[in-house]
Design a protein around this ligand. Structure first.
Ligand SMILES: Cc1cc2nc3c(=O)[nH]c(=O)nc-3n(C[C@H](O)[C@H](O)[C@H](O)COP(=O)(O)OP(=O)(O)OC[C@H]3O[C@@H](n4cnc5c(N)ncnc54)[C@H](O)[C@@H]3O)c2cc1C
Length: 343
């Protein structure tokens, strides 16, 4: 298949990353099928171009110049298979995540209603095992289909094969190796009433909702997120900039003595997950602005780009935040968005 006519040289990506940093890709192609993907990868390999995979650009830190071939996955597909107790939903990697969640709620398919308004596309969702309000993608994902770039063939990953962890997966650990083309979810017509949405309780109280259904959970999530997080269309950002650090129970106990207000949640046995936003807040970063970048005034975990700046400014700010949190708490903050390109 000849795809050279679809390749653009010196392609601007400023509007293709939610931080809105200026960026130009040496070569760019948007592919709409697996056949086009194979042709694009073959082209890159023949011309010895590094391959960079892009979806919605909401979790990447784009360098000003990106060498190689940027491949954006625009594969669209939505296939439903219903059985007595569950719904299997196969989705093309290019489908919009939030619109998918909205559609599932409308159909009465439960399982992802608390992950509404997460920006980006379906194909990127397994990469960092997206999650919100106590739910993670790994809870509903059954299968991922991806091109193995090293072997040149398509393979299927079971949930286990994806090696999911908190904001992590095999796809994130081996960047560039697998290009996801399809994701299959297992949803249910019956809502799981055992899930508690403590973070949404205020909203439910205010709206006199005692037993929220999936539409009400979705509405609550969207309303709460809109009140707390900046809209990337208005203010450049990549959502949470740092992961919540996981520390040992003994380190947690030491910190708790010094900081009785410390915000933390139980993680794996023997470990606690600290609220990174709280740590940053204690170091007085919330609302701080440095020229074109800053820390969001309502949520210290979100770094923002006011426009006219460059990635380097944001990385310097992130570095200084990491240093001050380490100095105060002896805790390392790990960045959540991926440097693009990573090498
Ligand atoms: C306002 C805001 C709120 C957010 N809230 C949340 C949240 O609550 N929870 C959460 O988990 N995340 C959140 N995020 C982060 C982000 O939305 C998710 O990580 C999302 O899944 C990224 O999707 P994307 O399509 O934009 O991916 P991109 O940013 O384009 O890509 C992300 C990474 O995945 C790789 N990738 C993309 N597509 C593929 C593919 N098809 N195959 C292989 N690799 C691929 C890219 O190379 C890159 O390394 C938020 C971001 C913003 C801006």
């Amino acid at each position: 298949m000849d795809i050279q006519h679809k390749i653009h040289a010196d392609y601007p990506l400023q509007s293709a990353n939610t931080l809105g940093f200026p960026c130009v890709a040496a070569q760019f192609i948007a592919i709409e099928s697996e056949a086009e993907l194979v042709a694009a990868v073959t082209y890159a390999q023949q011309h010895q171009l590094p391959i960079r995979v892009l979806s919605g650009g909401s979790n990447v830190l784009m360098a000003p110049l990106i060498d190689g071939l940027v491949i954006r996955i625009d594969i669209m597909c939505q296939q439903v298979t219903e059985s007595a107790d569950s719904i299997s939903l196969a989705l093309g990697a290019g489908e919009n995540w939030h619109e998918t969640v909205r559609w599932c709620v409308e159909q009465g398919y439960s399982g992802i209603e608390s992950m509404g308004l997460i920006p980006g596309r379906v194909g990127a969702a397994p990469v960092q095992n997206i999650g919100a309000y106590g739910t993670e993608l790994k809870n509903v994902l059954t299968k991922v289909r991806a091109l193995d770039v090293a072997k040149g063939c398509f393979i299927e990953f079971s949930n286990n094969d994806c090696e999911f962890a908190y904001r992590d997966s095999v796809f994130k650990r081996l960047p560039g190796r697998f290009i996801i083309t399809e994701v299959t979810l297992r949803l249910s017509r019956v809502q799981d009433s055992s899930i508690r949405y403590a973070a949404l309780q205020n909203y439910f109280d205010q709206h006199n909702i005692t037993q929220p259904d999936m539409q009400q959970i979705f509405d609550a999530v969207c309303a709460v997120r809109q009140s707390k997080l900046p809209d990337p269309a208005v203010l450049g950002n990549a959502g949470s900039f740092f992961k919540n650090p996981v520390i040992s129970e003994s380190q947690y106990q030491q910190l708790k003595q010094q900081w009785p207000e410390l915000v933390a949640y139980p993680d794996a046995p023997g470990f606690m997950k600290l609220a990174a936003g709280w740590l940053i807040d204690q170091c007085h970063w919330k609302g701080k602005r440095r020229a074109h970048v800053g820390v969001y005034e309502k949520q210290a975990l979100v770094l923002v780009h006011f426009g006219g700046g460059e990635l380097q400014e944001l990385l310097q700010l992130a570095n200084d935040i990491q240093a001050s949190v380490y100095a105060a708490f002896n805790v390392n903050l790990e960045m959540e968005p991926q440097l693009f390109p990573m090498t």
